[in-house]
Design a protein around this ligand. Structure first.
Ligand code: B12
Ligand code: SF4
Length: 480
C-alpha cells in the first residue's frame, strides 16, 4: 500500500514554511512500515504514475480554510480517473468543516489530531479490515456518513518519531533553502475569540493539559536531525506561544546556546514576556519575536477578542525586547466586527509609536469553529462564502461592511505608513485611492529588506539563487 500526501509546496506561504503536520504524520506511518510519498499539487503526472504502480493507495491532504478549494477539486479529478483510491483529508479546515465529506471524491475526514488515528486507518486499510469504525474519522459509506468519536490527543510529544524531513528534502530546493522551521508544542493556553486554539481545546473536554511541548533535549535532537540532512542558517519556531513555560525556556536556552547557536525567530504573547525571558532569548541568539497586539483599543481587545492586556503591558514587553536588541514583529487585525475604520487607524497610530521592525496587518477571517463567528452571526453581519477564496494572498474582507474597500487599502498601506510616519496625516486621503496591488508589492519589497537584516546570516550566492528559484516556481504556478 502507498500513502501519498499532496501539498501546495510552492505557494507563497510555503516559500518560508514547511508542511510540518505532514512531516510528523509521515514519520509515524513510516515507523510502522508504511510507504509514504509527498508530491506537489501541480505534479499531476507524477501522482498518476505513483497511483498506477500500487493497487491500494491512500491520497492524503492537509486542509487550510481558503486553500482547501484547489485540493478538493484536484482530488475530485483524480478520483474520477482512479476510483479505487481512498481519499482522506485532515487539518483545521477538515476539523471545523467536516461536512466537506459530502464533496465529490472525499472518502474520509479526520477531526482533531491524527497521530494515532491516521496510522490506525492505514493499518486497517492495508489489511482490508473495516475502516468505518476508526475513531476521529467521518467516513462515506454508500449514501451514509459514519461519524466516529474523537480519541484523546497525544499527551507526550516526545514519544512521537522525529519529523520526517527527508520527505520534503527530496525536493533539492527545499533542502537548500537556508531557512527551516520547527514546532515544539501543541495547544495554546489562551483563548482569543478570533483563533482556533479554544475550539481545538473544546474538541477534547475533560481535565487535560492541552498545552504540550517537546522536551528541550528533544528539540535539539530535531534540529540536529535537520542539520544532518540539509542547509540550516536560520530557524523559525512556529509555536503559538514559545515562551509560555519559563522553566522550559531556561533549559532550552542553555542547550540551544551550547549545541545550536543558529539565529532564530519565535512567536509569543505579551503576557509571557519579562526581563528574564528577554534575556534568555537574546543570549540564545533569538533575532526576532512575533506577538499579536491586534488592536490599539483595550476595549476591543478585552471585550471582542478576549485578549486581556493593557497598552502599557504591550509597550513594556516591546521595550524589554528592544533593550536586548531583539527585533519585533507585531501582528494587527483590521476589520474586527463591531469596530470602525477609525479604530483601525488608531491601531496604525499605535504601531507608529511602538515602531516595530516588522508591523503586520491582516484582515479578520471569522472561519468555522472560531468564537468570533458567533458574534458575527448574532449581530447579523453578512459574510462572503469563504469557499470562493482559493487564495487569500491579497487583503480581502470576508465580513460585509460598508468600509471594506478602505480597510483593504489600509492593510496594503499599513507597513509603508508605519515605516514612513510622515504619511500619517494623509492617511484618510490615501485610503480614497485604489492601492491594493501597488501597496502589496511595495510592502513586500520593504519587508524583504527588513527580513534580510533580521535573518542576519551571510547569504551565499547559492542562497540567493535558491530564493530566486523558489520565487520563480511560485510565480509559475498554474491554477489547479
Ligand atoms: C506552521 C503553520 C503554518 C506554516 C506551514 C503550513 C503548513 N503547510 O504546514 C505557514 C507559515 C506556511 C502557514 C501558512 C498559513 N497558515 Co498556518 N499555521 C501554522 C501553525 C502555527 C502550526 C501548524 C502545525 O504544523 N502544527 C503542528 C502539527 C503537528 O499539528 P497540526 O497542523 O494541527 O496537524 C495535526 C492535525 O491537524 C491533523 N492533520 C493535519 N493535517 C492533516 C492531514 C491529514 C490527511 C490528516 C488525516 C490529519 C491531518 O493531524 C496532525 C497531527 O496530529 C498553525 C497554528 C497551530 N498551532 O496549529 C497555523 C494555522 C494552521 N494556519 C492557519 C492559517 C490561516 C494559515 C494561512 C492561511 C495564513 C495566511 N492568511 O496566509 C496560511 C496558509 C498556508 C497554506 N497554503 O496552506 C490557521 C488555519 C485556519 C484554518 N481554518 O485552516 C492556523 C490554525 C492558525 C490559526 N490559529 O488561525 N501556517
Ligand atoms: S494567543 Fe495566539 S494562538 Fe493562543 S489563542 Fe490567542 S491567537 Fe490563538
Amino acid at each position: 500500500m502507498h500513502i501519498i500526501f499532496i501539498e501546495d509546496l510552492f505557494s507563497e506561504d510555503q516559500l518560508r514554511g514547511e508542511p510540518l503536520n505532514i512531516l510528523q504524520l509521515s514519520a509515524i506511518l513510516k515507523q510502522a512500515g508504511h510507504v509514504v510519498s509527498l508530491f506537489d499539487l501541480r505534479e499531476a503526472a507524477r501522482i498518476r504514475d505513483a497511483i498506477k504502480k500500487s493497487d491500494r493507495v491512500i491520497l492524503a491532504y492537509s486542509l487550510r480554510t481558503g486553500f482547501h478549494v484547489s485540493k478538493i477539486s484536484f482530488n475530485a479529478r483524480i478520483k474520477k480517473e482512479f476510483p479505487f483510491v481512498f481519499s482522506v483529508v485532515g487539518g483545521h479546515h477538515a476539523t471545523f468543516s467536516p461536512e466537506c465529506i459530502n464533496e465529490e471524491g472525499i472518502d474520509a475526514v479526520c477531526l482533531g489530531e491524527a497521530d494515532e488515528a491516521l496510522l490506525e486507518l492505514c493499518d486497517k486499510y492495508e489489511t482490508r479490515q473495516d475502516v468505518f469504525n476508526t475513531q476521529n474519522f467521518w467516513l462515506k459509506k454508500n449514501e451514509q456518513i459514519i461519524k466516529n468519536k474523537l480519541r484523546p490527543p497525544v499527551e507526550n510529544l516526545d514519544i512521537l518519531p522525529l519529523f520526517d524531513r527527508e520527505l520534503l528534502y527530496q525536493y533539492g530546493i527545499k533542502k537548500d533553502q537556508p531557512i527551516k522551521t520547527h514546532i515544539t508544542s501543541r495547544g495554546c493556553p489562551f483563548s482569543c475569540t478570533y483563533c482556533y486554539a479554544p475550539a481545538w481545546k473544546a474538541l477534547y473536554p475533560g481535565n487535560f493539559n492541552f498545552f504540550r511541548q517537546q522536551s528541550p533535549q528533544r528539540v535539539i535532537q530535531e534540529i540536529e536531525h535537520i542539520k544532518k540532512q540539509a542547509v540550516l542558517k536560520f530557524l523559525i519556531f512556529e509555536d503559538d506561544i514559545f515562551t509560555y513555560s519559563k522553566k522550559w525556556l531556561r533549559v532550552f536556552g542553555e542547550l540551544y546556546k551550547k549545541h545550536v547557536k543558529i539565529p532564530y525567530w519565535v512567536y509569543t504573547h505579551v503576557k509571557v514576556i519579562d526581563a528574564e525571558v528577554a534575556d534568555i532569548l537574546a543570549e540564545s541568539n533569538c533575532r526576532i519575536v512575533g506577538m499579536g497586539i491586534e488592536s490599539a483599543s483595550f476595549h476591543i481587545r478585552s471585550k471582542i477578542l478576549n485578549r486581556d492586556m493593557s497598552n502599557d503591558e504591550i509597550i513594556q514587553a516591546c521595550n524589554l525586547l528592544k533593550k536586548k536588541k531583539i527585533k519585533i514583529c507585531l501582528g494587527n487585525i483590521m476589520g474586527i466586527p463591531g469596530t470602525q475604520l477609525s479604530d483601525d487607524i488608531n491601531t496604525l497610530r499605535f504601531n507608529i509609536i511602538i515602531n516595530p521592525d516588522l508591523p503586520v496587518a491582516s484582515i479578520l477571517y471569522p472561519f468555522p469553529g472560531m468564537d468570533i463567528l458567533k458574534l458575527v452571526k448574532k449581530n447579523g453581519i453578512g459574510l462572503t462564502d469563504f469557499n470562493q477564496y482559493s487564495s487569500m494572498r491579497y487583503p480581502k474582507m470576508i465580513l460585509k461592511c460598508k468600509q471594506h474597500k478602505k480597510i483593504e487599502r489600509l492593510v496594503s498601506l499599513f507597513y509603508i505608513i508605519v515605516k514612513v510616519p510622515l504619511l500619517m496625516p494623509f492617511v484618510e486621503l490615501l485610503l480614497l485611492v485604489p492601492n491594493k496591488f501597488i501597496g502589496y508589492f511595495i510592502s513586500k519589497i520593504l519587508k524583504a529588506i527588513t527580513l534580510q537584516r533580521v535573518f542576519n546570516f551571510k547569504f551565499s550566492v547559492k542562497d540567493y539563487f535558491c530564493f530566486i528559484r523558489l520565487f520563480i516556481l511560485f510565480l509559475k504556478r498554474k491554477e489547479v
